[in-house]
Unconditional design. Sequence first.
Length: 200
Amino acid sequence: MGKMRVAVFASGSGTNLQAIIDADIQTIEIAVVFTNNPDAYAIERAKKHNIQVEIIDHKNYKTREEYEKHIIKVLGPYKLNLIVLAGFMRILSTVFVRAYKNKIVNIHPALLPSFPGINAGRRALEYGVKYTGVTVHFVDEGVDTGPIILQSVVEIKDEDTEDTLLEKIHEVEHRIYPKAIELISSGEIEVIGRRVIKKS
Ligand code: GRF
């Protein structure tokens, strides 16, 4: 099997993108970094590593569908096998999800199905749970609802603030996202219903 051609989608700082670059996963090639945000620091990170960048600002499009159709067109020539969402702050509609069916993964800063959606770290802290964590999952047509690939637990201590918690969550993210991408790109896992399991 050749290397999987991967696009990393990021809207902000891109520390997960950096972790994926640094992991130097032998079974993938990062073909392109995509962003909706012309000011995303992720762009500098990509350029520094000579990775192609595509910037398409959602603000220039009337509807989500129109925006996504354009992204699909631009990404076509990259012949992608996998889309990795790493802090991409736009919800993808069925238009995009269907175009890359079962080929999109996301990282979420909580133990799904708890605390889906935005500000998951802060909401876990405010709720008072003692353990939260990180989830890597395939993207389906819902928000943070797809089959779970990997999860890892983060303990919430009495002295934690939103900042210290997010720091711990990030550390775990940077460890498990490359691991999940390696599992997928090496063909070691399969999806059966909602369950993602090691091939026997
Ligand atoms: C991460 O916490 C991720 O879980 C969430 O967005 C954040 C992205 O951070 N989806 P970064 O841009 O990778 O630093």
